[in-house]
Design a protein around this ligand. Structure first.
Ligand SMILES: [Zn+2]
Length: 240
């Protein structure tokens, strides 16, 4: 099992690790701070070096229970000590987008009673799907943009807490959040990671987040489209 350093520290940019196993074009490490694609957030890029050779990491994914770092070059031998470094500007942008999506989703839930049913977090422009949401006209778009930016401007601290399964579900329940999906997480998972945006939002999430909403900047909502079954996809960008 690869120790996921980014679960405890979203700001870790470099790390040392040992190669535990390899494939034709990938290595599995004993520890990593590379975020594997998942939960709607796209993969980290970066590089690994053994002190002699530096190889680009072009994709990180969890496959068959292991975290594979796909390399643009031949893999290091098993047992090699490597130094890893993530592409921080890309990751930090994902962190800003991802945290902004939490704020947008909560804002839409509170004001329009819609739930988030999908997302795609990546640099440049991200998106999320909401239901039931048939239309999203210019007036509503403007209101949401203003409302979300007012929240972001409150410079709210974002806290990450680890809780035993039962405590996490109770914590969310007490605050009125839906925990149906959490209860579906396999019983083997006992340690839950809970993200708290001040008094505004709480979610169980393994993604990467910034420490304060002031880091996000401002949201700029772009186009939206129906994607079937009462679902609407909203695209958004970030500005300073
Ligand atoms: Zn999250």
């Amino acid at each position: 099992m690869t120790e996921l350093l980014h679960m405890r520290d979203n700001y870790a940019k470099e790390f040392d690790a040992v190669v535990e196993s390899i494939g034709d074009d990938y290595v599995v490490l004993n520890r990593t701070t590379f975020y594997p694609e998942g939960g709607g957030q796209s993969t980290d890029f970066g590089k690994l070096s053994d002190g002699v050779r530096t190889v680009d990491v072009t994709e990180v994914r969890k496959i068959e229970g292991t975290i594979r770092h796909k390399l643009d070059g031949s893999p290091f031998d098993v047992g090699t000590e490597v130094h890893g470094e993530i592409d921080w500007s890309r990751r930090y942008e994902c962190m800003r987008f991802h945290t902004c999506q939490h704020v947008l989703s909560r804002y839409l839930q509170l004001n329009y009673d819609v739930v988030t049913v999908g997302n795609m977090i990546k640099p440049g422009e991200s998106r999320a799907d909401y239901t039931p949401l048939q239309s999203f006209d210019e007036d509503m778009k403007r209101k949401v943009e203003v409302g979300v930016n007012e929240i972001l401007d409150q410079n709210i601290d974002i806290e990450i807490r680890f809780m035993p399964r039962g405590d996490a579900i109770a914590f969310l329940n007490q605050r009125g959040y839906q925990t149906r999906y959490l209860e579906m997480v396999p019983e083997s998972v006992q340690d839950f990671r809970v993200m708290i945006i001040g008094d505004f939002d709480v979610a169980s999430c393994a993604g990467t987040h910034v420490k304060n909403t002031s880091e996000i900047g401002h949201i700029q909502i772009g186009k939206s489209k129906n994607v079937g079954a009462g679902k609407r996809r909203i695209y958004f960008k970030l500005t300073d």
